[in-house]
Design a protein around this ligand. Structure first.
Ligand code: FES
Length: 235
């Protein structure tokens, strides 16, 4: 008989439930290295087809399956069941409105991302071929461009929970990705948006975002760089 692990899953269907509840499922461990996403698929395909959760690439690239698993935000597709203490408690990402079960509404999170203008802004005439960078200039973007917008960092941040207007670690990291890009000419426009009590100054270096990021990025450090630039500009 295959070993079984209990998944305690957050359930809420706003169309029929008065309040959320937890439902237990016994997930069979059928192969070594099974991920939490494999367990959720087993539940949906074999036990309860109404369970709602997002997933796509199943290899840590698309960022669609950020969940709170045993109290920590992570991607279900790259989280080994064997690394977790049972029962495995699976909840939606904290602080975002629940659409159904484990699916949250990411509208506010994405709006904040677009607010920081996450694209290259240029005003100088384009060169004949392309806007070049030295290897050193390109290297400055390492640790900034890899964000997959899973929302694990922002929704792990108590400042983000407390201040609905706070841009959050993900949007701020993405603003740094373009502000620090040697080809970009839109830094001042972005500083107007992030130099605010709901911008970089709301970060109190709590560091939860670093622990939550599945790509091992460091939003706190990126926000610190932005604060340093702003202080230098002031004086
Ligand atoms: Fe794409 Fe997990 S399913 S990151």
């Amino acid at each position: 008989m295959a070993e079984k692990v209990t998944f305690k899953v957050f359930r809420f269907n706003p169309e029929k439930d008065k309040k959320p509840y937890y439902q237990d499922f016994e997930v069979e461990i059928r192969k070594p290295g099974m991920m939490v996403l494999d367990g959720l698929n087993q539940i949906r395909w074999e036990m309860d087809g109404t369970l709602a959760f997002r997933r796509s690439c199943r290899e840590g690239v698309c960022g669609s399956d950020g969940l709170n698993i045993n109290g920590v935000n992570m991607l279900s597709c790259i989280t080994h069941i064997s690394d977790l203490k049972p029962p495995i408690v699976i909840q939606p990402l904290p602080s975002l409105p629940v659409v159904k079960d484990l699916v949250v509404d990411l509208t506010d999170f994405m709006n904040k991302f677009f607010l920081v203008k996450p694209y290259l802004i240029t005003y100088s005439p384009p060169p004949d071929k392309e806007r070049l960078q030295t290897p050193e200039e390109r290297k400055k973007l390492d640790g900034l461009y890899e964000c997959i917008l899973c929302a694990c960092c922002s929704t792990s941040c108590p400042s983000y929970w407390a201040d609905p207007e706070y841009l959050g670690p993900s949007a701020l990291l993405n603003s740094a990705r373009f502000i620090l890009d040697s080809r970009d000419e839109g830094a001042d426009e972005r500083f107007e948006i992030i130099n605010d009590r709901h911008g970089v100054w709301r970060c109190h270096t709590i560091l939860n975002c670093i622990e939550a990021c599945p790509k091992l990025l460091n939003p706190t450090e990126a926000i610190g760089e932005l604060k340093k630039i702003l202080i230098k500009k002031k004086f």
